[in-house]
Design a protein around this ligand. Sequence first.
Ligand code: 5AD
Ligand code: SF4
Length: 470
Amino acid sequence: MQKSVYIKTYGCQMNVYDSARMADVLAPRGYRRAETPDEADLIVLNTCHIREKAAEKVYSELGRLKRIKEKRLAAGKDATIAVAGCVAQAEGAEMRRRAPAVDLVFGPQSYHRLPELLDRARRDGSAIGQEFEADGKFDTLPEESASQGPSAFLTVQEGCDKFCTFCVVPYTRGAEFSRPAAAVLAEARRMVAGGTREIALLGQNVNAYAGEAPGKIGGGNGGGGNGGVWGLGRLIRELADVEGLDRIRYTTSHPRDMDDDLIAAHAKVPALMPYLHLPVQSGSDRILAAMNRKHTADDYRRTVDRLRAARPDLALSSDFIVGFPGETDEDFAATLRLVNAVGYAQAYSFKYSARPGTPAAEADGQVPEAVKAGRLAALQQLLEAQQAAFNHACIGRTMPVLLDRPGRKPGQLVGRSPWMQAVHVAAPDGRLGTIADVAIGRATANSLAGRLADAPAAPPRDRVEEVRAA
Ligand code: 5AD
Ligand code: SF4
């Protein structure tokens, strides 16, 4: 069904870019851009905190939107209001208290989660991205975690010390901070008690996780000493012991922080799902150096090899940037070679866009827009072909699917495969929130469809004819 989204963007280049990506991720769901909020099923305010009284301006805009929403609802139309970006980040849950017309709140750089947050809002009445828990205030309310549903997010880490030269995160989000392991475990137990079966551990640099070990809270010799800190591998192993937690994921990771213990967790922990988002950005060593990624394309390939040795069915996803300053045709060809060598199940790719205040924004050799567009099209063609091949290879297989939301059609549920594919299946509502074996019968570029393996198969056509004839 055709729907429309109105996105109002405040502030910096980064927000302009994030807004464009939001429109992109919504397009496959049938959303086109609306010119005014009055004609939109979904209104997004992508906010900026830089100007004085930024939050007040957003609240006064929300007052106006509330009236539009009321009018649309009275006319039987959809009207969902989402607030994204840095004001959402700063206000967090407070935003919904002060402006109850708001359905959805999520922080910067999480546009890719918009479709899933929308589903959650539709199901639960509202949704709050956990990533907005700014400034180390990881005070998620228990009732929020309880309402997240079968598949939930749990923020374990914030900020980034990597300073990739294209990225604003180290400036906007500050230094790396990890939530103490005991708090993460307690939160996970609460979520599972509330019906959650799958937890995705979130962090800007999640595999740099270094959380205070339980039992050390409140001190000891300066804290954080030997054995006093858990890495992500250890955290995952401990989470796997939480009764009722069937699936664990984590995102987003940096190749440099993929340590032995975390790689070993992929071999040892069956609940750790065989899908990893491991952004590489480029396949050219020259560009990787200019990006300050601190690894080469070969380092990345070796890390992938070790991960696949640990978990042979691991599927990979990545982020790519094309047209970084100084990128030549040969550099771009190296990116295509890397994609061919690794083989991705899914990926995000972007044209480089200068973000004020980052080193790359000032660099020589900015690449013309038309060149960027050409490279992006070529890269996306390759990545889409890989994704389609990955999905088609699933036909005929039976796989466990966490059925986490109703489908568009009655009698249909949608879930996630272990490899993050959306799977559509005819199933009664009572199966919602359970993990079911699904026999995959069809695949599209973006999703799978199948039937419950424990349901009788529809008789083949000729058999139907036979029965009728009999
Ligand atoms: N230009 C283009 N893409 C960017 N990303 C981050 N900053 C920029 C930028 N300036 C992409 C990276 C990152 C993802 C979240 O967004 O690929 O991994
Ligand atoms: Fe940005 Fe990620 Fe690089 Fe950190 S590691 S600077 S968040 S791209």
